[in-house]
Design a protein around this ligand. Structure first.
Ligand code: ATP
Ligand code: MG
Length: 573
């Protein structure tokens, strides 16, 4: 392919609205263009790369025995009512009406649609297990679409759904998909680590996210430094082994004036104590009734964990009015002593002595709090976010915190959707059971950008050979020189005949300008053909990752490039 016949609009300037490197590079290299918030066009080069990622995903899904289908992106509302998610997903769902005023949904995901299909198509144990997947556009009304393809309102997802006769059989389907994901990301040249994840709104029992470590990632991950465990911060279970006894623990509770000092940081500074020594008392409304949640002052509440402990249908932080009424004090001075509502304590508070608590009185705290002595709390739960420094579940490794981009997610779903949508099968004895499901998503467009986020330098993209829009770039220094162009065309033809895609830079631009673009575009191998070199009988070869060119005799150019391509591909198998 000739550069002058492709549309590759590279930009010199760093686009104003792009905050992270991969987003800037995708715009600068002419891979995507923005239409509106969270909406992007794939230009020819970007689309080529996307198709390569899709091909890898497809290949691994097929190998794992999943069958490709394509479901509608638009769904009647009723099917979402059957699972209750028309309501629970209302904040992310795009909802529309047709000319007859019928309500429709633009699919944010497809559990309901596939389960309804399978309920109609499959009814015997003999037809199970089965697994269907598709690669398709999803729609989500994200709160903050940003970072280009990382978080779009519209994005391309591969979603697969498995159906099994039993939980054990479903575990096998899950394991197969998990392995397929490991293969996919390896073949994409992407380092993606599986981490334990929460099952959130999906129902079901266990799940893993595949995270690409990156400072720009929107997810926090805690990883044990001995490699024994990694989990999404929302999910991570850590153990704090710091002593829980502080100075003053022998003394009785004592009120101290803390005028206008209600925030944890301020109280700690004012009383000159560690944040950890304070007890945060947060009021929630669980099913509209107030409960007080107690945490060490240096920890954040984990509402997912709290929700599981409380098992309430609704859970929200209490409003200031409720806080005033319940504690008799302004916000910032709540504490466990003398509070007549249920108290839920985080397990790190067990054994606390010498703590500082709110006095349920404006501008006052109590110190020397001994939890066992001064309160009736005797139940402790894991309701706080774990953090760096905590012990991992094996009580040996310690957590370090990383940020990551979630590129894939595998879930064991159980029977939530099969029960709601009637996906049952008859066993050997003619008895009916709900199918046991799993679901498996990959953000294909996000994966593409994550590859760039992980693989670039100050000059541009460094494409892994498996997903590069072209594998080889031939830069012709002077395209007016017929001999140079002939040599380039011949080399390109030979390589293409061997299944290597080639772009020939035939632009009438200065060599320096073309080299800059070559680095920006970041194809794995670059061949430079110039009059002076040809006179010596050589062309120059440079992998994107090397700093120097090597000279290759013209007659051996094709063979040398093919060897180099083979080597790159071998490394990504
Ligand atoms: P996130 O936590 O990032 O919002 P999610 O957990 O809601 O993602 P899933 O429902 O698990 O996402 O979707 C499967 C995959 O789709 C994700 O792992 C991610 O790679 C991708 N994805 C989800 N939302 C978006 C989006 N708005 N833009 C691009 N890709 C997305
Ligand atoms: Mg997810």
């Amino acid at each position: 392919m000739l550069w002058t016949k492709s549309h590759i609009p590279t930009l010199k300037e760093v686009p104003q609205d792009a905050e992270i490197a991969s987003h800037q590079l995708m715009l600068r290299a002419g891979l995507i263009r923005r239409l509106g918030s969270g909406l992007y066009t794939f230009l020819p080069l970007g689309f080529r790369a996307l198709r390569k990622v899709e091909a890898i995903v497809r290949d691994e899904m097929d190998r794992a025995g999943a069958l490709e289908v394509l479901m509608p992106a638009m769904h009647p509302r009723e099917i979402w009512d059957r699972s209750g998610r028309y309501e629970s997903l209302k904040n992310v769902m795009f909802r529309i009406k047709d000319r007859q005023d019928r309500e429709l949904v633009l699919g944010p995901t497809h559990e309901e649609i596939i389960t309804d299909l399978v309920a109609r198509e499959i009814n015997s144990y003999k037809q199970l297990p089965c697994n269907f997947y598709q690669i398709q556009t999803k729609f989500r009304d994200e709160i903050r679409p940003r970072f280009g393809l990382m978080r779009g309102k519209e994005f391309i997802m591969k979603d697969a759904y498995s159906f099994d006769v039993s939980s054990e059989a479903a575990d096998e389907s899950y394991a197969k998909m998990y392995q397929a994901y490991v293969n996919i990301f390896r073949r994409c040249g992407l380092h993606a680590m599986p981490v334990d994840a929460d099952t959130g709104d999906m129902g079901g029992s266990s799940s893993h996210e595949f995270m690409v470590p990156s400072d720009s990632g929107e997810d926090a991950i805690l990883e044990a430094d001995d490699g024994s465990y990694a989990a999404n911060l929302e999910r991570a279970e850590g153990y704090c082994d710091l002593p829980n006894e502080f100075p003053g623990s022998e003394n009785p509770l004592e009120e101290v004036a803390t005028p206008n000092v209600g925030k944890i940081e301020d109280v700690a500074a004012f009383l000159n104590v560690e944040k950890r020594q304070l007890v945060k008392t947060i009021l929630y409304l669980a099913d509209e009734k107030p409960v007080a949640v107690l945490l060490p002052g240096d920890r954040e509440i984990n509402e997912i964990k709290l929700g599981k402990v409380l098992k309430a249908a609704t859970l929200e932080p209490a409003d200031p009015e409720t806080i005033r009424k319940t504690t008799g004090a302004e916000v910032g001075f709540a504490g466990p002593v003398g509070l007549n509502i249920p108290l839920i304590a985080d397990r790190t508070l067990e054994g606390l002595r010498g703590g500082v608590i709110g006095a349920n009185k404006t501008d006052a705290h109590l110190r020397n709090f001994d939890l066992a002595r001064d309160s009736a709390i005797n139940e402790f739960h894991d309701i706080a976010c774990a953090k760096a420094g905590d012990l991992a579940p094996n009580r040996k490794g310690r957590f370090i915190e990383k940020r990551g981009v979630e590129v894939g997610h595998v879930f064991k779903l159980g029977t939530k959707y099969s029960v709601a949508l009637g996906a049952n099968f008859l066993d050997e004895n003619g008895k009916s059971h709900p199918m046991v499901m799993g679901c498996y998503g990959i953000g294909v467009s996000r994966t593409l950008q994550a590859i760039i986020e992980q693989s670039h330098d100050e000059n541009g993209i460094i494409w892994p050979a498996s997903v590069a829009p072209y594998t080889v770039l031939i830069t012709v220094l002077n395209p007016k020189d017929e001999a140079s162009m002939n040599e380039a065309t011949q080399l390109a033809d030979t390589l293409e005949a061997q299944g290597v895609d080639v772009l020939v830079d035939d632009r009438k631009e200065r060599p320096g300008f073309k080299f800059k673009d070559a680095d920006l575009l970041g194809f794995p191998l670059r061949v430079t053909i110039g009059e002076r070199g040809l006179a010596k009988g050589i062309v120059e070869l440079k992998p994107r990752t090397a700093s120097e060119f090597s000279e290759v005799p013209v007659q051996q150019a094709a063979e040398t490039v093919l060897d180099a391509v083979r080597e790159l591909r071998e490394g990504l198998k």
